[in-house]
Design a protein around this ligand. Structure first.
Ligand code: PEP
Ligand code: MG
Length: 755
């Protein structure tokens, strides 16, 4: 049975659109369960109705028409109770309503199972028999299992199905939901960027020159043919004849009247070569992987492999010059810092990442650049929206494809309002972040990108609380040399001199991969990350520390910070290495001093060792992004659990207050450099807890300064006392929003567009 289940799910997941998804579901379930009928009803929420969406056994003409109100009939009852209903004879049940013209009257046994996605009933699956009998427990369990697995596929197909209406000539606007990544609104044209060598991520694009696209494809094909022949010849002596025959199979697949011919047809129909290749290859892979014969099923991977080879040759023959529209919205399966660099700064107005969540590093970079961003838009058919107009709402996490005029003008008003607010906040640049009762709160910035320095100075930052040194490492092809690092670091120190610059030692791992130093792990966030990597590679650590110390020569405003520290011995070891680098440089004749070293508290174990760390270093800095992730056991990158990632959780607030107290017991200053400091409510609470410095992205700094200038320390203390007594994260969040409104800060709440 497990095999049947797996096969149905696999087949349904690769179906191209909603209609075929539903059609396959009813056909396969009917066959697997040997029932007389199988139907699926989808919930139409605006009309509050269940509509017959596909059937095997009822009158097909009723599909799309027959339906029941949400509380009507047995279907309504399954939906309302959100649990299966299993009846010997449906028509005897008091809730039974006969659907006219469906042919339903001939059936008696009834089993209805809800289809639930993200806690919401999106439809009902029904099987019926003519005979009167109860479905047995294993049949019920089978249907429940299938329904749970198919719910996501149906919801995804429903969401992408909206686009189909547009493709067929309609100008329906369609909405896709993701997670707010970086606030603000952008209206622009989509450019999809796919990572190299990933056939599945290649978008459809309109071919600008069909002949040239065909030429590109044929040149790549010729190269692949050549490669295969060469490999075949080289291995000829060592292969058995059946194995040699495989090379001929490969070559035949590339024939004009096989794959290649189909790709050329698709190009002639208007798709660019890479998109046409993806289309043809994925259809063949789908067909082969569904075959019963294991030999033929294996051919799916051959075709995928061939497809990748052809793609690689097309990509190698030079990048296709992408034209970036004036208002570019960059869309990718996974936005990376390197991709951000591909779009000219002045044209990049919005970002959408299909994967990732609000605290992924790409979202953090987007916030520091002030680019409206939606993350985790899992249902967005990214490969099919290149060139379309979209609205990116970075406040609510929504994306609208081909928006209508009303929506556009509503959002244009919001954009204007935001521009006015930014101009107003700009006037605070030279004023201190001081409460109405005279408490002065130092505001520093987090940097990483080159452009951050100018932006931070423009906004009146008093120091750098976190320079993410891994960012310049990520946009290269190999580790930068000591000299290159020296130049990069010196620029930061010089630009901010005499203000302090806190450089964090390389923090790779987790969601920060270096293309030239891959770390493949089952559980990367619990794996080889941050200081664990650098202590295992003293050559990398020492080069970086030497570059930092040399860059500081003549300035003296450097501070070094250690990420992902779990144990005291890591601090001791890092201190030893720093001393060693210092001694080496002194011996080489440099006139340098030991900078202050600090420890980040971002692992729960560190909370309880703050005093021990504080005795060994000059400052403590809380990384609330990771601390939230590890304390609440919620992956900061996973959009499925994004609603559970809340820095105002009572456990987090307790931990944050405790850390500040513990550090102060050792007379060591404590700062925060996680995203929490960039939120007005978070900043007020942290100030009241006694944090000595708040470090945040440059974009939000003026907003935080304004919030601090609008309250007294006394008011912030009272707010903290209230939330510390509360039990529930949602209630805390609601209360904070309400208090901000009362304090006259409603402009900092996100603007809301009506549905
Ligand atoms: C943090 O974890 O809060 C932090 C500042 O570091 P990063 O976001 O780079 O992991
Ligand atoms: Mg961190």
């Amino acid at each position: 049975m497990l095999d049947v289940l797996r096969k149905i799910v696999q087949e349904v997941s690769t179906a191209p659109d909603l209609e075929s998804v539903l059609d396959l579901i009813v056909r396969r379930i009917q066959r697997a369960m040997r029932t007389d009928m199988c139907s699926v009803y989808l919930y139409d929420s605006p009309r509050e109705r269940y509509v017959l969406a596909a059937t095997q056994g009822l009158n097909k003409a009723a599909v799309g028409h027959a339906g029941l109100a949400s509380s009507e009939g047995l279907i309504g009852m399954v939906g309302k109770r959100a649990e299966p209903i299993n009846l010997e004879n449906a028509s005897n049940h008091p809730k039974f309503v006969l659907l006219e013209n469906t042919g339903e009257e001939q059936f008696h046994a009834f089993l209805g199972v809800p289809v639930i996605h993200h806690r919401e009933v999106v439809g009902v699956l029904v099987v019926q028999q003519q005979e009167k009998r109860r479905f047995d427990e294993s049949e019920e369990a089978f249907l429940v299992t299938l329904s749970a697995q198919l719910a996501g596929v149906i919801a995804h197909a429903e969401a992408t199905g909206l686009l189909k209406g547009q493709d067929e000539g309609g100008d329906l606007e369609s909405r896709f939901d993701g997670i707010a990544g970086s606030p603000g609104v952008a209206i622009g044209t989509v450019v999809v960027i796919a990572p190299p060598a990933d056939l599945d991520a290649v978008p459809d694009k309109v071919a600008r020159d069909i002949d040239q696209e065909i030429e590109r494809f044929e040149a790549a094909l010729a190269s692949v043919r050549r490669d295969i022949k060469v490999v075949g010849r080289t291995l000829a002596q060592r292969l058995r004849s059946e194995e040699q025959a495989l090379f001929d199979v490969y070559l035949r697949m590339l024939d004009d009247n096989a794959l290649a011919g189909e790709v050329v047809e698709q190009i002639k129909a208007g798709n660019w070569a890479q998109g046409a290749l993806r289309q043809v290859v994925s259809e063949h892979v789908r067909q082969f992987s569904l075959m019963d014969d294991p030999y033929l099923r294996e051919r799916a991977s051959d075709i995928r492999d061939l497809g990748r080879r052809v793609l690689a040759h097309m990509q190698e023959s030079g990048p296709v010059d992408v034209e970036f529209p004036e208002q570019t919205i960059l869309v990718a399966e996974e936005v990376t810092p390197a991709m951000l660099g591909e779009v000219p700064c002045e044209r990049l107005v919005g970002l959408v990442s299909v994967h990732g969540s609000g605290n992924s590093h790409s979202a953090i970079l987007a916030r520091s650049m002030g680019i409206p961003t939606v993350m985790g838009a899992l249902d967005l058919p990214a490969t099919r929206i290149d060139g379309r107009e979209v609205i990116v709402d970075g406040h609510s996490g929504r994306i609208y494809v081909s928006p209508g005029e009303d929506l556009r003008s509503g959002y244009q008003d919001i954009i204007r309002g935001e521009q006015e607010m930014a101009a107003e906040l700009g006037t605070l640049k030279d004023l201190p972040a001081e409460t109405t009762d005279g408490y002065r709160m130092p505001l520093w910035v987090n940097t990483g990108l080159v452009a951050d320095v100018a932006r931070s100075l423009e906004r009146g930052a008093e120091g750098i609380g976190l320079y993410r040194t891994e960012v310049p490492f990520m946009i290269r092809d190999f580790f930068p040399s000591e000299h290159e690092q020296y130049l990069t670091y010196r620029r930061q120190l010089e630009a901010f001199y005499p203000r302090p610059v806190t450089m964090r030692t390389l923090d790779i791992g987790g969601d920060k991969a270096l293309p030239y130093f891959p770390i493949e792990e089952e559980n990367p966030f619990l794996g080889w990350r941050g200081i664990r990597v650098t202590l295992d590679h003293p050559e990398i650590f020492l080069v970086q520390v030497r570059a930092m110390l040399r860059a500081n020569e003549g300035f003296g405003n450097l501070r070094i910070m250690l990420p992902m520290v779990t144990s005291v011995h890591e601090v001791d070891e890092a201190n030893r290495q720093i001393d060693r680098a210092l001694q080496e440089l002194l011996d080489e004749g440099h006139e340098i001093e030991r900078p202050e070293v600090g420890v980040m508290v971002e692992v729960p174990a560190a909370i309880y060792q703050v005093r021990r760390f504080a005795r060994r270093v000059g400052f403590i800095s809380v990384g609330s992004n990771d601390l939230t992730q590890y304390l609440l056991a919620v992956d900061r990158n996973n959009p499925r659990v994004a609603n559970l990632y809340v820095s105002y959780h009572p456990a987090m607030l307790r931990a944050l207050a405790f850390i500040a107290k513990e550090a102060h017991k050792e007379n060591v200053p404590v700062s925060i450099c996680g995203e929490m400091a960039a939120d007005p409510a978070g900043a007020l609470l942290l100030m009241a807890m006694g944090y000595d410095v708040l470090s945040m992205n440059a974009t939000n700094l003026p907003k935080i300064k304004s919030a601090i200038r609008m309250v007294s320390l006394e008011q912030a203390n009272r707010l903290l006392a209230t939330v510390m007594a509360m039990d529930d994260a949602d209630a805390i969040q609601n209360l904070l929003q309400q208090r901000l409104n009362e304090l006259g800060m409603s402009q900092f709440n996100r603007p809301v567009m009506p549905d």
